[in-house]
Design a protein around this ligand. Structure first.
Ligand code: UN1
Length: 502
């Protein structure tokens, strides 16, 4: 235990966190053994307002810095993230309980988005359109928004921050980050590395702010009219509050909320490949990704065969201290998550479900304060109420179907719309799934699972997932405002639509 504290301090220090600043009213508890590690400051609503002021004060100078120069700061951040990848990944493990390769994978997403954003800094393209009037030019220009508020969740404590921040910074915005109050250490280290990049590249100091705060502080960020965009990752319940509050003051919102991701498995699927894709997506990260596979909709003719294989694979999953080599499933974040899982399993049984494997708590003697569980597979008689809800734990519900239309109907009839996939070797089935009549999600895959998206694509989903898109493709546009410009170089004043005036 004291080892873990010492290692944590060493990783924080390596990333440039001032250890003297580590005291205050928030406790960083680690889910690996469930013990408290360190205390960190707890910022008030007043502190949040001050952070917003600082970010706003830094905005004009940053806005006026050429975008490719802004890109150099993000580039340097990416280099530092690569240099301190192991330290930061260790802190992600300590915060979120991820296995080593997944924790390092999270940091890799950060490095990748910095590279992406560096390129983007030279590609903040506006269109030009033919004007209907002679001697006129019609075009659009993209400008920064101002201060962007970023709220992130415990399960990916740092990567979503980097997707938002890398894009926001090259766009010319400044950022105020409220990380999850139960995953603060990797956040402090991420912020310290950005501070170093800012200093080394001579960018204005105030362009990034971090506030460690609870709900009250979060509300202060959401309600502050100086925060032009609120980008929030978390539960649908949180998004339901944030969305209307920001809309009330005509701020912009980018929401990345819950998922209830499904894979359709056709009778024409490669079952070996399906098995691996489904197992990683459903049991990986102990079921604590917003993209986790939660529903498997299997053609009735292959359902028994596939579930048998999956059950056998689940029995081989090594569960335990995520830092140990060979471990595939780490702990749940806390007791509340464990209780949520047990409640969902009880409801599933009530609703006619049969638990085929898993569901129990393990390693209780060794770690009385931590919550390790066997990932569960539950065979359901249909898409009952519990199946339509997102339970942030490793439960995979198995449903069967006869026709692909029926499968797509089941697939789409949940409130969430983040990620989805189909396993099939049949091109017609795959194309139908990707078509407008197929998956209604923001992410639709073929022959891979629902989780583990690359940063190059736009990430986010529809319906109760909130509609926001982060990361690659043209997600940068969310961090900018568009001005449409008409320039008259004719010496005449022809009015549009042929209107005649003086
Ligand atoms: C999340 O769980 O909030 O696609 C993000 C994935 C990761 C990101 C997950 N790239 O699973």
């Amino acid at each position: 235990m004291s080892d873990l504290i010492e290692q944590t301090k060493a990783a924080l220090e390596a990333c440039g966190v001032d250890l003297a600043s580590l005291s205050g009213d928030l406790t960083a508890r680690n889910p690996i053994d469930g013990k408290d590690l360190l205390n960190v400051p707890k910022h008030s609503g007043h502190d949040v307002a001050e952070a917003v002021e600082k970010a706003e004060a830094a905005f004009p100078a940053w806005r006026d810095t050429p975008a490719p120069v802004r890109g150099q700061t993000v580039k340097r951040w990416g280099e530092l993230l690569a240099e301190y990848k192991k330290d930061l990944a260790f802190l992600v493990q300590v915060d979120a309980g991820k296995i080593t390769s997944e924790a390092e994978g999270e940091v890799q997403e950060m490095i990748d988005i910095c590279e992406f954003a560096l390129g983007q800094s030279r590609m903040l393209y506006g269109k030009t359109m033919p004007s209907e009037r002679p001697g006129h030019r019609l075009m659009e220009t993209w400008h920064p928004l101002g201060v962007v508020g970023i709220i992130t969740a415990f399960n990916f404590p740092v990567a979503p921050y980097s997707w938002n921040t890398a894009n926001a910074l090259v766009a010319g915005d400044t950022v105020v980050w409220k990380p999850s109050e139960i995953a603060t250490l990797s956040a402090l280290a991420t912020d310290a590395l950005l501070a170093r990049a800012v200093k080394e590249t001579g960018a204005p100091e105030g362009i990034h702010q971090i506030v460690l705060t609870d709900r009250e502080g979060g509300e202060a960020l959401v309600d502050n009219p100086k925060v032009k965009l609120v980008s929030a990752t978390g539960s649908t319940r949180m998004g339901r509050e944030v969305g209307p509050r920001v809309a009330q003051r005509f701020g912009k919102c980018l929401l990345e909320l819950g998922g209830n991701n499904a894979a359709i498995v056709s009778d024409k699927a490669d079952l070996e490949l399906t098995l691996r894709g489904a197992a990683f997506s459903a049991a990986g990260t102990a079921g604590q990704r917003c993209t986790t596979l939660r529903r498997l909709i299997v053609h009735e003719s292959v359902a028994d065969q596939l579930t048998e294989k999956l059950v056998a694979a689940y029995k081989t999953l090594s569960i335990g201290d995520p830092r140990e080599e060979g471990i595939l499933v780490g702990p749940l974040i806390h007791e509340g998550a464990y209780e949520g899982m047990q409640k969902a399993l009880a409801a599933a049984k009530d609703q006619g479900g049969e638990v085929l494997v898993g569901g129990s708590r393990v390693l209780e003697d060794e770690y009385p304060d931590a919550f390790y569980v066997e990932p569960a597979i539950v065979k359901m008689p249909g898409q009952t109420e519990v199946v339509t809800q997102e339970t942030f734990a490793p439960i995979l519900y198995v449903l069967t179907y006869k026709t692909l239309d029926e499968a797509i109907e089941l697939h789409n009839s949940v409130p969430q719309g983040l990620s989805s996939s189909i396993f099939t070797e049949d091109q017609r089935e795959a194309e139908l799934f990707l078509s407008a009549a197929g998956s209604d999600c923001g992410i639709a895959n073929v022959n891979i699972g629902t989780s583990g998206a690359e940063i190059g694509g736009a990430f986010g989903g529809e319906k109760e997932t909130g509609g926001g898109r982060e990361s690659g493709s043209d997600a940068w546009k969310a961090y900018m405002r568009r001005a449409t410009n008409t320039v008259n170089y004719s010496g005449e004043l022809p009015l549009a639509q042929g209107v005649e005036f003086i």
